[in-house]
Design a protein. Structure first.
Length: 557
């Protein structure tokens, strides 16, 4: 794996550059097939539900059942992806999705399918996908060099939309000729290539000298990182709002095909394929969009175009016009999603990449799940065309979000800083000893006091992102040049993790803070055990940390 400090662009290597790497290429191609099967199954599931019930609410709940698991288990899934072997996690997840698709096919073939059972199995399949996505997405950086990461992210998005460009049409043909059961069986078969290539992947992981976090602590660490990362919070909020207000377009498409266009499963499949084909075209033009516009300008343009798309679909009675509008809608949907995804991937360091992506997927999918249910319920009362017009109006209102939560600029990926040697220790410690209190004393010229205090607000976010709590900055009232930064870490092991989770840009903040320091003595750092006796519950058989693991070195606190 190579690292590059250059800002990654598609033009430097081309969007197809990641395909030169055999592991990425195999997994990507298998992913296309798995997505193809999933989209074929989606057509079958929606049409099967329409055959069992005429309620728009129930039909829209198929989309909710598939997306809701992402919102519910995304953060645990992201923590699992960061803590455990991502290849094994992806294999198990694909197995869960395969089991759900197989059960759908078997129960449908035996004539035992009911609306609630269909929703339950869609939820199971969605759970497998929700567990797999963070491991799959965050492992991309292990399959390609960092300079091709944006292209690899876009290709992963395109893999779904390549499948979406033909999958629904194939699904419509399969459902029309052989019934929904055939679409379920085909979905199960197309999961097999992905399982095979994941099994064959010889993943090389970088061993850590620190033990992995427990799942609960990993989830807490991920949530803490996101809450203290303004750029990630903005992307999550924008993604969720976008999912809620725009999801009606896909959730209500079965009713547009049947009641507005007066077609069947084939027309439904063709309409979804037009949307998917537009998404592929949109993904292929992300490079141009990023060159011509900032992230906020691109999101603004896409929002306006999506509103126009939904209005056209609501008013059109001709399949060709509806398909053309959906083609445009697919392109802008893809560009919006890719900008959100790339923003998350480039903002999060590797140690929390899976959890950050999981939060993004939870926000987007949770918005789609909620929106699908809301729009389906409204369509039962007002009809699909009127519901879509309301959705288009809300999309226009959402433009105001750009004033309140402007999209952060998308630059180069956060690079992990070098590991630091452990600080000097003369007290017998185990990994569970704690809490640990860190105090850092700076001497700052009084004319630089305001600038120093302002910069320390960024230091606060960085410390808290990586695991510190109870952070404060204080000024000595008897010696105004003396400032004390203070924070806590739950245990000694958490402190070792906290000081080695810094990115290069965060490590630079430490140097900037030190640069304010004046006087002949260096910045003074104190590390103290808050309750030195009986500080934590511990088992007697827990081994002490070997002395050879305690390295003596200097570095940032």
């Amino acid at each position: 794996m190579t690292n590059s400090s250059k800002s990654p662009t598609f033009s430097a290597q081309g969007i197809t550059a990641p395909l030169r790497y055999i592991t990425f290429r195999r997994i990507w191609l298998a992913g296309v097939l798995a997505n193809l099967g999933a989209l074929i199954r989606s057509v079958g599931a929606a049409w099967a539900m329409m055959q069992m019930t005429s309620s728009a609410d129930k039909v829209a709940l198929v989309q909710t059942a598939l997306m809701l698991p992402v919102m519910l288990i995304a953060m645990p899934a992201g923590a699992i992806a960061d803590v455990h072997d991502r290849r094994i996690v992806a294999l198990i997840s694909a197995g869960i999705a395969l089991a759900g698709a197989t059960a759908l096919a078997m129960l449908g073939w035996l004539g035992l399918m009911t609306p609630n059972l269909l929703l339950a199995l869609c939820f199971l399949i969605g759970s497998g996908i929700a567990l797999m996505d963070p491991a799959w997405q965050s492992s991309v950086s292990e399959q390609v060099p960092s300079e091709t990461l944006p292209a690899a992210v876009a290709l992963n998005s395109i893999s779904y939309d390549i499948a979406r460009s033909v999958g629904p049409a194939i699904g419509g043909i399969v459902v029309a000729t052989a019934g929904p059961v055939a679409s379920f069986a085909l979905n199960a078969l197309l999961y097999l290539p992905l399982i095979v290539v994941l099994y064959l992947w010889k993943r090389i992981s970088e061993p850590s000298r620190l033990p992995p976090e427990k799942l609960k602590r990993a989830i807490i660490s991920g949530v803490r990182y996101i809450l203290n990362s303004p750029s990630i919070k903005i992307v999550l909020a924008r993604s969720m709002v976008s999912g809620v207000i725009a999801s009606g377009l896909i959730a209500l498409m079965p009713f547009v095909a049947r009641d507005v266009l007066h077609g069947g499963a084939q027309i439904y499949g063709v309409m979804l394929s037009a949307f998917g084909l537009g998404a592929v075209v949109g993904a292929l033009n992300i490079t141009k969009v990023r060159k011509l516009m900032s992230a906020e300008e691109a999101i603004l343009a896409c929002t306006l175009l999506m509103s126009g798309t939904i209005i056209a679909v609501a008013l059109s009675r001709e399949p060709i016009l509806t398909a053309a509008a959906l083609f445009l809608g697919g392109a802008v949907w893809m560009i919006t999603s890719a900008l959100f995804n790339i923003g998350i991937q480039l903002s999060a360091p590797r140690w929390v990449a899976g959890r950050s992506l999981a939060a993004y997927q939870a926000a987007g999918s949770g918005g789609i799940a909620l929106g699908s249910w809301v729009w389906g319920s409204l369509a039962d009362v007002a009809g699909a065309p009127t519901t879509l017009l309301i959705s288009a109006g809300l999309i226009l209102v959402s433009l105001a979000l750009g004033l309140w939560l402007p999209m952060p600029g998308i630059g180069s990926r956060e690079q992990d800083a070098e590991m630091l040697a452990d600080p000097e220790v003369r007290v017998a410690l185990t990994g569970r000893s704690g809490p640990l209190v860190v105090e850092i004393e700076y001497r700052v010229a009084q004319e630089n006091a305001r600038a120093f205090h302002s910069m320390m607000q960024d230091v606060q976010l960085y410390r808290q992102r990586s695991g510190a709590y109870g952070w404060s900055i204080a000024r000595d009232i008897a010696d105004p040049e003396l400032w004390t930064e203070r924070y806590h870490c739950p245990t000694w092991l958490d402190y070792l993790r906290q000081r080695n989770r810094s990115t290069k840009s965060e490590r630079a903040l430490d140097r900037q803070a030190t640069a304010f320091h004046i006087g002949p003595e260096p910045v003074r750092v104190r590390r103290m055990l808050e309750r030195p006796f009986g500080a934590v519950r511990r088992k007697e058989e827990e081994p002490e940390r070997p002395a050879k693991e305690v390295a003596r070195g200097q570095g940032p606190p």
